[in-house]
Design a protein around this ligand. Structure first.
Ligand code: SAM
Length: 291
């Protein structure tokens, strides 16, 4: 297995990733990610690999919906937590394993869907991202689907405004490099400044997809602009204002200018079919999913 960058490993040893999607703007990311998967994913039965699946937020949800789900993550602590959560479920995960996106321990053409909601921004070199996408292409069945996330090049610049972080000159320096190179590094002790990552421009994503021989089905802004609101948690707790947040994110998700305000981009991709058309993908789960 390719070694996980020690800085990233230390970050996930400390950061409470297993509770991240319950909090503030991250809860909006979780709601919208589920919505986008639900809209695009083929119906169960289907085999899903959640690569970079952490403690299983999406993997367990998909298992509940009837998918056969394998979770892979390089951080043993998170894999152990996914195993613990899975063991308590009526529909457990098919497997949880420590592993890395560039060397997937699964046979060729064994998966209907792959989630890559993490690895592409933590692999900071284009050659490593290409290797990970090559692995996805190998394990996907013809016509299979990849759902992948990337972080916007402008995410930290906007986050700094929303959370009033520019009073810290160390944060300003991080943003300056992010905007210039896309290379996010956090030399401080602050976990909320995130960790080693690559922040994409949308055009780079498109080029990387094409290079991997995958068909880009859609590129979406995940959260819309709502993640920038300081009272996003209160709005999400209120049914009407929560609906407004989700509706605006939906309305703007495909606007070419939206990636500038969204924090996360999300792709829906298909493995190039070996022949014919798009592999008989049926959008929508066809079953209601709890959020
Ligand atoms: C911010 S978390 C996202 C977790 C979850 N997929 C989600 O979207 O909420 C990023 C995850 O990617 C994992 N990760 C980092 N580098 C990776 C790599 N090279 N291969 C696979 N997973 C990786 C981390 O261990 C972490 O669990």
């Amino acid at each position: 297995m390719a070694a996980l960058d020690p800085t990233i490993a230390e970050f996930y040893r400390q950061a409470p990733e297993e509770h991240r999607l319950e909090q503030g703007a991250f809860a909006l990311e979780g709601l919208r990610t589920r919505e986008l998967i639900e809209r695009h994913a083929r119906r169960p039965p289907a085999t899903v690999l959640d690569v970079g699946g952490a403690a299983g937020a999406y993997a367990l949800w998909l298992a509940d919906a009837g998918y056969t789900v394998h979770l892979v993550d390089p951080v043993p602590r998170l894999v152990a937590e996914a195993e613990r959560r899975s063991a308590a479920r009526t529909r457990p995960l098919a497997s949880c394993r420590v592993g890395e996106a560039q060397a997937l321990d699964f046979p060729d053409q064994s998966a209907d869907m792959v989630l890559l909601l993490g690895p592409l921004y933590h692999l900071t070199e284009a050659v490593d991202r290409a290797r990970a996408l090559g692995e996805v292409r190998r394990v996907l069945k013809p016509g299979g689907q990849l759902f992948a996330a990337a972080i916007s090049r402008w995410a930290s610049a906007l986050d700094g405004l929303a959370r009033d972080l520019y009073q810290d000159p160390r944060f300003a320096a991080i943003v300056e490099r992010d905007l210039r190179e896309g290379q996010h590094r956090n030399p401080t002790e602050r976990l909320d400044y995130f960790t080693t990552a690559y922040f994409h421009r949308p055009d780079e994503l498109r080029a990387e997809v094409a290079g991997a021989g995958l068909i880009l089905d859609g590129l979406y802004g995940v959260e819309g602009p709502g993640w920038l609101l300081s009272d996003v948690a209160a709005r999400l707790a209120d049914p009407r204002r929560r609906a407004d947040l989700l509706q605006v994110a939906r309305l703007l998700e495909s606007e070419p200018s939206v990636p500038a305000s969204a924090r996360t981009y999300w792709w829906s991709l298909e493995r190039q079919p070996d022949s014919g058309t798009r592999g008989g993908v049926q959008p929508g789960f066809g079953v209601p999913l709890g959020r």
